[in-house]
Write a protein that binds this ligand. Structure first.
Ligand code: HEM
Length: 359
């Protein structure tokens, strides 16, 4: 048996160069230190993304975009074997994936892993986060129940408030002046064709960069002499720990999806008044609140425009941080970058809680 396996291996190796991969896996290491727990969060984001792909394809077997959208989701939820479970897992994993990406982003930030040579890891990661949020926004409308319909309507109004191109862009995305079955078609195309086609290569690039540069060590570790720094092999040691974390994530996801099955509200009806307290998903609540506050402070459209400007400016600073905090040693810029990170974290959590309190 062993001889058979080894001759199959040599046959494949001659044609595919497998030995290079084996050597690479043997030499790949991961730093060991007190903050190494945060290295699991990129892998966890990846795990949830794989769940999204599998459950998304299963949902595609029955989902019908267009005027039939609500009926098809009702059929998935109530008439199809395990349809409710697949839908529930897909919706819960979408939220857990975005939560894991946020944890990953902030841990990378505070470990200063955006510094040279990892700038492109930071930027490709930001692109992935942006796309993950658009995945969530476009997916939210697809069932066309009343919450989905009115939340998308509100979301698109914010979009339309962008000075200049906003109204035209909103019409283009909606397929008309209002959210309709055409919007469902467009969001569907975005959700299952355009986004995956861009997200997957971007993810490949992101993971390739991680392989190229290895895991960054936090500044406290980098300050230690070489002899005091430890590492472990990725294969199989760290990979097994990664899998253990995936198992924990799978359990959390299963409990949530079983115990709190994803709801389907009444069918959207444009003629009915919007239900009370319409709001977007939690990961848009911070922006939602900032725009609301600016809208209250300033008259007319000015508030919305200033809100959008303030948010875009913050985002730009966040994106450009690798070009500001350059030095490896602790200095004024390094400290400022850390304070900016703390401020952003507190502001994001604070405005999100505030948004829920005043709903
Ligand atoms: C679907 C989204 C994402 C996936 C699947 C993903 C996956 C990963 C994985 C598996 C790693 C290696 C392990 C680790 O350090 O955690 C990693 C590293 C990294 N990620 Fe992400 N990531 C995503 C989003 C992001 C975001 C939003 C950012 C920041 C804006 C980011 C920035 C980085 C950086 C700079 C590294 C290198 C960290 C280091 O060297 O220690 N990633 N990512």
């Amino acid at each position: 048996m062993k001889a058979l396996f080894s001759s199959i291996y040599s046959w494949a190796d001659e044609r595919l160069g497998l030995e290079d991969l084996v050597q690479f896996a043997k030499h790949k290491t991961v730093p060991v230190h007190s903050q190494a727990f945060w290295y699991y969060w990129g892998g966890l984001s990846l795990f949830f993304f794989v769940i999204q792909c599998v459950t998304g394809v299963l949902l595609l077997l029955y989902y019908r975009p267009g005027p039939d959208a609500y009926d098809s989701v009702r059929q998935i939820t109530y008439d199809t074997n395990f349809g409710w479970l697949v839908r529930s897992v897909h919706s819960w994993a979408a939220n857990l994936m975005i939560a894991a990406i946020f944890v990953h982003m902030f841990s990378v930030y505070f470990m200063k892993a955006y510094r040279k040579p990892r700038e492109f890891g930071w930027w490709s990661g930001m692109a992935l986060l942006g796309m993950a949020m658009v995945f969530g926004f476009s997916g939210y409308l697809l069932p066309m129940d009343d919450l989905a319909y009115f939340a998308t309507k509100v979301g698109m109004e914010i979009f339309a408030a962008v000075p200049g191109i906003g109204p035209k862009l909103a019409d283009l995305v909606r397929g008309g002046p209002d959210v309709s079955e055409y919007t469902v078609h467009r969001f569907f195309a975005l959700h299952v064709v355009v986004l995956p086609a861009v997200f997957v290569p971007m993810l490949g690039f992101h993971l390739w960069l991680v392989q190229r540069h290895g895991n960054a060590e936090p500044p406290s570790e980098e300050a230690k002499p070489e002899a005091q720094r430890q590492s472990e092999s990725f294969f199989p040691n760290f990979m097994m720990k990664d899998f253990a974390m995936w198992l924990v994530a799978f359990n959390v996801l299963s409990v949530l999806a079983f115990m709190f099955p994803w709801n389907l509200g009444p069918q959207a009806d444009a003629l009915k008044p919007a239900p009370l307290g319409i709001h977007p998903e939690w990961y848009f609540m911070s922006q939602f609140q900032i725009l609301k506050v600016f809208g209250d402070w300033f008259p007319g459209k000015l508030g919305e425009i200033l809100g959008i400007v303030a948010f875009t400016a913050g985002l730009m600073l966040w994106l450009l941080i690798p070009l500001y905090d350059l030095a490896q040693e602790a200095g004024r810029r390094a400290r400022r970058a850390t304070y900016f990170g703390l401020f952003t974290l507190v502001a994001l959590i604070g405005t999100t809680i505030w948004a829920y309190l005043v709903l």
